[in-house]
Design a protein around this ligand. Structure first.
Ligand SMILES: Nc1ncnc2c1ncn2[C@@H]1O[C@H](COP(=O)(O)OP(=O)(O)O)[C@@H](O)[C@H]1O
Ligand SMILES: [Mg+2]
Length: 475
């Protein structure tokens, strides 16, 4: 069997270099996790809301209204406008925004932020907004690249004595076997590629590809052949690749303009540990200048003109929009008018409020009227017990929790007194309590015990004395 060597990744970062996955993206995805049961708006082809569809229960008016917005966006008639969701906490505003982004297509960027995020000591308020908008514009890049692709049949790191320490061993190279329908090939790879494989958690039986000239490793999924032995829901199974292991392949990569800005703003010093540490200490946050954005735009435009890349406008979601101030609102007006604006969704639970940054301008939702005039306003309603029970059951399924008799009814009751979010939120701690009791199913007793251990918002408020302090003033 022939062994091939693939070079390592240490070329300097070029202007068009693909950024590493940004650290921020993990934080953002965790903010979306409570909505993992939401797959879309759940509308019929005629745009009517199913009582229960795509993970969405009830809220039919708001869902149908959002469906209209999706149609407007798709037919490019929504530019310069925004969708404003108003309603009490826990009525599904964030869930609706996420569903709209799902309806716009697969891999459409969704960039959630909270109004108060703009108040940072390091970055200008308007910069924070501009950055969010850039993160909501995707770029789908298609490139034909030379790759090694196949199912991993072997993954053996070869160790050598560490020449520096005398103790311990380092990986000198790694032998990887790749299998396709046509044949098998054994590759001898650089240790940096082995690290990349460890990071992607690649094991025997995964289908992967390695880019020949950069050494970048990508896990495609798990090979079909293993489908019966593992029954993980989160796993994607893929067929054994056809053709040769070493071939040219069209790769699709999704990045956002924000990623490109950040990758190019980062000081491109050496790759060694000291310069990486230096960068961490020197700059809390890297500055993305307007000039850099223009540069990136120029490169992107070049790609689009050549037909290599395609712009995918996404969704920027600004929660608690009443936290923005007048300065941000005027800037938001300007951003809405830019030709490459993403779909903008705003949310708030405020009624009439003073616009932040002014002393006397009172406006609905704390949003100035000139912005309100650009908005389609959709109201979310509160839920009844039956609807809360359905959503709690959905969440229990997603989180893999079993509910004993009566638990659903009990949680729905709690949700009706508190909110939908409160009912859902009780699930996880209750499952811990049932686990401690040695059960694998949540019982009504667990919910009872929860109520002894913790207070809900209203009970907590009752504990506070009329002077605003806790009873007895023993704080
Ligand atoms: N109609 C609904 N169907 C299914 N899940 C819902 C619905 N409304 C809210 N949820 C879920 O309830 C929780 C709270 O809703 P969320 O969208 O965060 O409320 P808001 O943003 O209005 O405060 C989330 O986990 C959300 O996915
Ligand atoms: Mg929300």
């Amino acid at each position: 069997m022939k062994t091939t060597t693939v070079p390592s990744t240490s070329a300097p970062v070029a202007h068009n270099a693909m950024p590493p996955p940004p650290a921020a993206s993990t934080a953002r995805s965790s903010r979306v996790a409570p909505h993992s049961h939401i797959k879309g708006l759940g509308l019929t082809p005629e745009g009517l809301a199913l009582p229960d569809g795509a993970g969405f229960v009830g809220q039919t008016n708001a869902r149908e209204a959002c469906g209209v917005v999706v149609e407007l966006v798709k037919s490019r008639k929504f530019s310069g406008r925004a969708l404003l969701l108003v309603g009490a906490p826990g009525t599904g505003k964030t869930a609706l925004a996420l569903a709209v982004s799902h309806e716009l297509g697969v891999k459409v960027p969704f960039c959630p932020m909270v109004g108060s995020e703009v108040y940072s000591t390091e970055v200008k308020k308007t910069e924070v907004l501009a950055e969010a908008f850039r993160r909501a514009i995707g770029l789908r890049i298609k490139e034909t690249k030379e790759v090694y692709e196949g199912e991993v049949t072997e993954l053996t790191p070869a160790e050598a004595e560490n020449p520096l320490s005398g103790y311990g061993k380092t990986v000198s190279h790694v032998i990887v076997g790749l299998k396709t329908v046509k044949g098998t090939k054994q590759l001898r790879l650089d240790p940096t590629i082995y690290e990349a494989m460890l990071k992607e958690k690649i094991v025997v039986g995964d289908v992967i590809y390695i880019e020949a000239n950069t050494g970048a490793v990508k896990r495609v999924g798990r090979s079909d052949a293993y489908a019966s032995s593992y029954d993980l829901e989160s796993e994607t199974y893929v067929p054994l690749p056809k053709g040769d292991v070493h071939k040219r392949k069209e790769l699709v990569q999704d990045v956002t303009l924000g990623d490109l800005d950040a990758a190019n703003a980062r000081p491109q010093g050496g790759q060694d540990i000291m310069s990486v540490m230096g960068n961490l200490i020197k700059s809390g946050r890297t500055e993305v200048t307007e000039k850099l954005r223009k540069e990136v735009n120029k490169v992107v435009k070049g790609y689009v003109d050549q037909g290599v890349a395609e712009v995918v406008p996404g969704v920027v979601f600004i929660d608690e929009v009443h936290m923005l101030d007048i300065e941000c609102f005027t800037y938001l007006n300007a951003l809405l008018e830019s030709p490459m604006a993403p779909t903008v969704i705003l949310a708030t639970n405020r009624g009439n409020a003073i616009v932040r940054g002014t002393t006397d301008v009172v406006s609905p939702h704390g949003v100035p009227v000139d912005l309100l005039d650009r908005c389609l306003i959709v109201k979310t309603d509160t839920y009844n017990r039956e609807q809360i029970a359905k959503v709690v059951q959905l969440r229990a399924n997603v989180e893999g929790l079993k509910l004993g008799p009566g638990v659903l009814e009990r949680l729905a009751e709690e949700g009706e007194r508190g909110s939908m979010r409160y009912a859902i939120q009780l699930l996880t701690p209750a499952s811990i309590l049932s686990g401690l009791a040695g059960r694998n199913q949540i019982e009504v007793d667990d919910i009872g015990e929860m109520n002894e251990l913790f207070l809900d918002a209203k009970a907590s408020a009752r504990n506070i004395g009329s002077d605003g302090g806790f009873d007895g003033g023993r704080m």
